[in-house]
Design a binder for this molecule. Structure first.
Ligand SMILES: Cc1cc2nc3c(=O)[nH]c(=O)nc-3n(C[C@H](O)[C@H](O)[C@H](O)COP(=O)(O)OP(=O)(O)OC[C@H]3O[C@@H](n4cnc5c(N)ncnc54)[C@H](O)[C@@H]3O)c2cc1C
Length: 250
């Protein structure tokens, strides 16, 4: 039945196909596409999800589509924060959810930028996972540096996949670990473009990794990390119009 002929209650309903744990507090949920609109999604866009409970459908919550836009299924990578994000991780294949979207313009036109700096905090990696998976699919050669802040390597997700992408793409990954002191032993010679730094992001760290201030900058993460990264970029002389941001809050 065409989507616009469905009753409002049935619209946007789709089935959970699989759920895979990514680490101790994060899981990926794979959904069937609820409608053809998702065939036109762009890397980095998000969906709005409702789950069903005793009182009917929940309030909608936004999650970035972490899979590539070319993927058959809609992949969402969700970190447990509160009631909703804990409940959705308990969902099992075959369950139904409501999935609206795709929404957002965060990484619009990123394919056209030659030099890209991605700055992610924790689960704020999801739009960049989508873009990098898309770049891998289309063999893009844009020069990308990904700075990714986590407390420890325990919090890093999809690390082998991202590491392997440094072979396929023009990609360098800087893991910034805020609660680890000894990070040198994580370095693997066969992956020279994956490096580990201790502490948080800083102007010195951006300079050390030769960030060009005319690059296109994309920021996504918790508000304090975003504010501090924005200040660093300002100190580096990056023009505000070269910075795109996605806040995981509303
Ligand atoms: C565009 C966008 C993309 C996102 N993508 C992802 C993603 O890919 N992966 C991921 O794990 N998270 C993502 N988030 C964050 C995610 O939506 C929230 O963490 C989640 O909805 C919070 O659920 P909860 O379990 O804390 O909710 P609840 O426990 O149900 O919420 C508790 C209370 O906090 C309020 N609240 C909850 N979250 C927020 C918030 N972020 N801002 C303001 N008030 C809030 C609720 O209104 C409610 O009153 C994204 C957010 C946005 C805006």
């Amino acid at each position: 039945m065409p989507d616009d002929e469905k009753s409002p209650d049935l619209k946007n309903i789709c089935r959970v196909v699989k759920v895979i744990p990514e680490n101790h507090d994060t899981a990926s949920i794979f959904l069937e596409k609820p409608d053809d609109g998702f065939n036109r999604r762009k890397a980095g866009q998000f969906a709005s999800i409702r789950i069903s409970g005793q009182d009917g459908w929940s309030e909608p919550h936004p999650f970035t589509i972490s899979g590539a836009p070319e993927d058959e299924l809609i992949r969402l990578t969700i970190k447990k924060e509160g009631i909703f994000t804990s409940a959705i991780q308990e969902i099992r294949p075959g369950a139904q959810v409501k999935c609206m979207g795709p929404f957002g313009v965060f990484c619009k036109d990123i394919d056209t930028r030659n030099t890209i700096v991605m700055i992610a905090g924790g689960v704020g990696i999801t739009p960049f996972l989508s873009v990098l998976r898309h770049f891998r699919n289309i063999s893009a050669q844009n020069r990308v540096t990904l700075f990714w802040v986590n407390k420890t390597t325990r919090d890093v997700i999809c690390s082998d996949e991202i590491r392997d992408m440094t072979r396929d793409l023009n990609l360098k990954v800087v893991h910034s670990l805020s609660r680890e002191d000894d990070v040198g032993h994580y370095f693997q010679q066969q992956f020279p473009r994956v490096v580990y730094e201790k502490g948080r992001l800083s102007v010195d760290l951006f300079r050390k990794h030769e960030v060009l201030n005319e690059a296109a900058f994309y920021l996504c993460g918790p508000p304090p990390m975003m504010e501090s990264a924005l200040k660093d970029l300002q100190d580096l002389g990056v023009q505000p119009e070269h910075i795109q941001q996605e806040k995981f809050s509303w």
